[in-house]
Design a binder for this molecule. Sequence first.
Ligand code: HEM
Length: 205
Amino acid sequence: MSHRIYLLPLWLRAWHWTNAALILTLAVTGFSLHFSDPALPLVSFGTAARVHDIAGIALAMLYSLFVVANIVSGNWWQYVPKPPGILTRCLIQARYYCWGIFRGEDHPYPPTKEVNFNALQAVVYWFIMYFWMPVVVASGLMFQFPEFAPDRFFGFDGLLPVALVHTLGATVISLFAIAHIYLGTTGVTVTSLFKMMITGWHEGK
Ligand code: HEM
C-alpha cells in the first residue's frame, strides 16, 4: 500500500523551480558566451551577455533568499552530512543506484519528515548549494563589478583566476543538474519525485 507524507513547503518549491529556470538560462547563455562563434551563435553575443548578466543578478538575490530561508526554517540541517557511518550509507546508496534499483530492491533510506535526504543527497546537495553555488555567484559578481576582483594574481591579470573558477563551478553545477534530473526519475514511479517538487507530497511504498 502506498503512503504519502507532506515534505516540502511552498517557499522551498517556489525557490527550486525559479532556481532551476535561472540556472538553465545561465547555462545556455554562458555556454553560448564561452564558445562564441559570430558565424554560428547559439544565442547572439550581445543578447547572451545581457541575459546572462540579468539572470546572474537575479540568481545572486535568489541565492541570498535561499540561505536566509534555510536558516529561519531550520531546513539547513537537512543538508548537513551526519556521521557516524556516513561513508557506509553513501556506499549503500550508490550501490542501490548502480545495482539494486535495476533488480527492483526497495530504497535503502526512504525520506521521512525528520530526515528528508539520504546520505548521498546530503553530501552532494551540501557541496553544490553551500560550496559551488556561492563560488559561482561570487565570481560572477566579480565579473560584473571588476573593481572587487584582485588587480593582479601571481603576475597575471586578476580576472584570470575569477574566470577559471567561474567556468569550473558552472561546469560542476551543469553536470550536477544532468545527474540530478536522472536521479529525479528514481521515485516509486518515474514522475513521482517531480510531482513531489510541485505539490510538496512525497509518495512512498
Ligand atoms: C530542470 C531542472 C531540475 C529538475 C527537473 C529538478 C528536479 C528535482 C527533483 C525531482 C527533486 C526532488 C528529489 C530529490 O530531492 O532529489 C529536486 C530537489 C532538489 N533540487 Fe532540483 N531539479 C532541477 C534543477 C536543480 C538545480 C539546477 C539545482 C541546484 C543548482 C537543484 C537543487 C535541488 C535541491 C537542493 C533539492 C532538494 C530541495 C529540498 O528538499 O530542500 N535542482 N529537484
